[in-house]
Design a protein around this ligand. Structure first.
Ligand code: PLP
Length: 472
C-alpha cells in the first residue's frame, strides 16, 4: 500500500471510528451469535493475491462486526469495564504508526523515560507515597506473577531461578477466598504448586479477608516447618468488590517477613479520589501493588500500572543478559525488559500520557465519582423493591443482586430463575451483565464504569431487569 492510499484509507477509517464511538448504542451489547457462526464466514485459506482495502473493510463490517461484543457500549455492565477514550485511541494510532519495540532504553529512550515519568504522575494521582516505582505490564495477571516471582526469589535467597525449587520445599502463598484467579494461576506458574495457595475466608458482610484467620494460618504453617512467602491482598475483589484491610494484613506480613502484594486491578482507579484513600491505609507495609488504567481510567487495554517498593529486587528476579542485548548504557538507565516476563514491549506509556494530559486529573476524578454515585443510587433502587435482593453492597461502582419473587424460597430454584434472568437480559442485547456467587448463591453483578455511561442508561437497564424478571 503506498502512502497516498494509506492516507485515504486512514481518513475513511477515522470517520468510521468517530461514528462508531458516537453510535455504539445502536448495537446489541453482547454479540448475538452462536459458536462457530463467525468462523463459517471466514475463508479457510489465505488469499494468494492482495485484496483491496475497501473489500477487506466491507468484510469486517459484514462478517466480523456481528460477532463483536461492544465493551464501549454505555450499557456494558458485565465483568469490570475495559474502557477507552478518544485521546487513548489517538495515542494507540500513533503507537501503531511508530511501531516501536520498547524492550530497552536504547530501543526507544523516549518510551522508557516517558514510562517512568507518567507512572510517577499516576502514583501521585493515586495518593501512593514516594518510594514506589512503577512499570507498565500488559495485565494485572502479569504484575501479580512478577511480584510472586520476586517474593519466591527473595524467600529462596535468590537461588530458585537457578536451582529450581527442589531445595526450597514448602513455600506457601495466601490470599482470600474472593481473590481473583490470576493469583492462583501465578502460584502454579512460579512452581510452588496451586495446592500451596491458602484461600483465607472472608467476612460474610464486607467480603474482606479476615486478618485473624490469616495470622493463624501463617503461624500454623510456620509451626509445621513450611515457609510463608507472600500474601496477595485485594482492593476491589471481582465477585463482590471486597476491600481487604491493608494495615492489619501488612502488620502480619511484616512480623513474618512475608511479601505483601496488592491487587487493586479495578478499584485502584478509585484512588484518584481522595475520599477513597482510606483503602490504602497501611500502604507503608506493601511491597507491590497493581492497578489497571485499562479497566476504569479511560486507557485502552493493555496498560497495567505495577508499583514496587524495591525495583532492584524485581530486576534481580527477572533480568537475563545475553550478548545480543548488551548496551553501552546498561546500569545507567532502566531497561524495562528486566521488569517483566516478555522481552518485547509495546509503547504503552503514550496512551496513558495522552489520557492524563487530555482530561486532566479533575475530569478523571469526576468520571469515576459519577460512576460510584450512580452505582449507589442503583443499589438503593434494588433495595426498595420487595421482590429483589441486594446480595452485596455497592462497593465503589459494583454491587450484586438477585430476583426473589414472592413465595419462592428454594435456593436452587432462585439460582435457576436468576440464571434465566441473566441470559434473557443478555440475549435481548439492551444491556450486558455477568454473574457471581455470593455465599454460594447465584447473583447478577451490576458493574458501572464505561466512560459514556450515564444515569439514564443505568435507569433503563434497571427497568429492563424488573420487566424481564417479572415476566419469567
Ligand atoms: N484482579 C482483579 C481483581 C480483576 O478483577 C481482574 C480482572 O478483571 C484481574 C486481576 C485480571 O486483570 P488482567 O486482565 O489485567 O490480568
Amino acid at each position: 500500500m503506498d502512502t497516498e492510499t494509506f492516507r485515504r484509507h486512514a481518513h475513511a477509517l477515522v470517520d468510521w471510528m468517530a461514528e462508531y464511538l458516537e453510535g455504539v448504542e445502536r448495537f446489541p451489547v453482547k454479540a448475538q451469535v452462536e459458536p462457530g457462526e463467525i468462523a463459517r464466514r471466514l475463508p479457510p485459506a489465505p488469499p494468494r493475491d492482495g485484496e483491496a482495502m475497501e473489500r477487506i473493510f466491507a468484510d469486517f463490517e459484514r462478517d466480523l462486526l456481528p460477532g463483536v461484543t461492544h465493551w464501549q457500549h454505555p450499557s456494558f455492565f458485565a465483568y469490570f469495564p475495559a474502557n477507552n477514550s478518544p485521546p487513548s485511541i489517538l495515542a494507540e494510532m500513533l503507537t501503531a504508526t511508530l511501531g516501536l519495540q520498547c524492550m530497552m532504553w536504547q530501543t526507544s529512550p523516549s518510551a522508557a523515560e516517558l514510562e517512568a515519568r507518567v507512572l510517577d504522575w499516576l502514583r501521585q494521582m493515586l495518593g501512593l507515597p514516594e518510594g514506589f516505582t512503577g512499570v507498565i505490564q500488559d495485565s494485572a495477571s502479569s504484575a501479580t506473577l512478577c511480584s510472586l516471582i520476586t517474593a519466591r526469589e527473595r524467600a529462596s535467597g535468590w537461588r530458585a531461578n537457578v536451582e529450581g525449587l527442589a531445595a526450597h520445599f514448602g513455600m506457601i502463598v495466601y490470599c482470600s477466598a474472593e481473590t481473583h484467579s490470576s493469583a492462583e494461576k501465578a502460584v502454579g506458574i512460579i512452581g510452588i504448586g496451586r495446592a500451596n495457595l491458602r484461600k483465607i475466608a472472608v467476612d460474610p458482610r464486607s467480603f474482606a479477608l479476615r486478618p485473624d484467620l490469616l495470622d493463624a494460618a501463617i503461624a500454623a504453617d510456620i509451626a509445621a516447618g513450611l515457609q510463608p512467602i507472600a500474601v496477595v491482598a485485594t482492593l476491589g475483589s471481582t465477585g463482590a468488590g471486597g476491600i481487604d484491610a491493608l494495615r492489619p494484613i501488612g502488620e502480619i506480613c511484616r512480623r513474618h517477613g512475608v511479601w505483601l502484594h496488592v491487587d487493586a486491578a479495578w478499584a485502584g482507579s478509585a484512588l484518584v479520589l481522595p475520599e477513597y484513600r482510606w483503602m490504602i491505609d497501611g500502604i507503608e507495609h506493601v511491597d507491590s501493588l497493581v492497578m489497571n488504567p485499562h479497566k476504569w481510567l479511560l486507557t485502552n487495554f493493555d496498560c497495567s500500572a505495577h508499583y514496587v517498593r524495591d525495583p532492584d529486587a524485581l530486576v534481580r528476579s527477572l533480568a537475563i543478559l545475553p550478548e545480543f542485548l548488551k548496551t553501552r548504557e546498561r546500569g545507567q538507565v532502566d531497561d524495562y525488559r528486566d521488569w517483566g516476563v516478555p522481552l518485547g514491549r509495546r509503547f504503552r506509556a503514550l496512551k496513558l500520557w495522552f489520557v492524563i494530559r487530555s482530561y486532566g486529573v479533575a475530569a478523571l476524578q469526576e468520571i469515576v465519582r459519577a460512576h460510584i454515585a450512580t452505582a449507589r443510587e442503583a443499589a438503593s433502587w434494588v433495595e426498595a423493591e420487595a421482590d429483589f435482593e441486594l446480595m452485596s453492597p455497592a462497593t465503589l461502582a459494583l454491587f450484586a443482586f438477585r430476583y426473589r419473587p414472592m413465595g419462592v424460597d428454594d435456593e436452587a430454584v432462585l439460582d435457576r430463575i436468576n440464571e434465566t434472568l441473566l441470559h434473557r437480559l443478555n440475549d435481548a442485547g439492551g444491556a450486558y451483565f455477568t454473574q457471581t456467587k455470593i455465599a454460594g448463591r447465584y447473583a447478577i453483578r451490576f458493574s458501572i464504569g464505561q466512560r459514556t455511561t450515564e444515569r439514564r442508561h443505568v435507569a433503563a437497564a434497571w427497568r429492563e431487569i424488573q420487566e424481564t424478571a417479572r415476566g419469567i
